[in-house]
Design a protein around this ligand. Structure first.
Ligand SMILES: Nc1nc2c(ncn2[C@@H]2O[C@H](COP(=O)(O)OP(=O)(O)OP(=O)(O)O)[C@@H](O)[C@H]2O)c(=O)[nH]1
Ligand SMILES: [Zn+2]
Length: 212
């Protein structure tokens, strides 16, 4: 069973065509771990590494555990954070902005690191969210294989659904290690993406205040 908030977010992403493309494997997290451990044993051995070496012996186990419980744990809505939203009884209507949220994700094309920061803002309507929950939602969606554009949009739509308002903005600045440590090997470039909703898209001043 997944939480009410997780189901709300999942539906919102699906309806907008923004859900990560997935097929149901029918496997439990434990079954995924066991299967991945076997497959990673094949990968490590195929590279010609000696799995009887004490430093390497546990590597298939470590990778399988890391995939299921850590860096790809956001593929499972059972891991969606517990969300605290409260009614906006104080009638707050000024921008709430959380800047420089650290973000580590994984490029879905190469399965290597994306390293960056996110900034999230919203104009409260009926609901206020616990601040740390914004960081936790960023972390949840970052813990999937991602492209930065989809991650940015997923955060926008998830927060719009939870906060019951279109007036949400997300920006991400990140370094892609698939660009830095391999391929074109550019060590300097970074990628910026923004997703603006409601007034953040339509009102020049609000947009400028967020992007500043
Ligand atoms: N739009 C977008 N592209 C990404 C992201 N992460 C990685 N990529 C790109 O995905 C592309 C995959 O291109 P391919 O030509 O299939 O793969 P490749 O041969 O490994 O490409 P090179 O990285 O150029 O060596 C590359 O241009 C990556 O830089 C992302 O978050 N967003
Ligand atoms: Zn990549």
């Amino acid at each position: 069973m997944i939480s009410k908030e997780a189901a709300l977010v999942q539906k919102a992403l699906f309806d907008r065509g923004l859900e990560t493309p997935m097929l149901d494997t029918g496997m439990s997290p434990e079954q995924k771990y066991e299967r991945l451990k076997g497959l990673m044993t094949e990968v490590v051995a195929t590279l010609g590494l000696d799995l009887s070496d004490d430093s390497l012996a546990e590597t298939p186990h470590r990778i399988a555990k890391m995939y299921v419980q850590e860096i790809f744990s956001g593929l499972d809505y059972q891991n969606f954070p517990k969300i605290t939203v409260i009614d906006n009884k104080m009638k707050l209507d000024e921008m709430v902005r959380v800047s420089d949220i650290s973000l580590t994700s994984t490029c879905e094309h190469h399965f290597i690191t994306i390293d960056g920061t996110a900034t999230v803002a919203y104009l409260p309507a009926t609901k206020i969210i616990g601040l740390s929950k914004i960081n936790r939602i960023v972390r949840f969606f970052a813990q999937r294989p991602q492209v930065q554009e989809r991650l940015t949009q997923q955060l926008l739509v998830a927060l719009q659904a939870l906060l019951e308002t279109d007036n949400v903005a997300v920006s991400i600045k990140a370094t892609h290690y698939c660009v830095k440590s391999r391929g074109v090997q550019d060590v300097n470039s970074s990628t910026s993406t923004t997703a603006l909703g409601g007034i953040f898209k339509t009102n020049l001043h609000t947009r400028a205040e967020f992007l500043r």
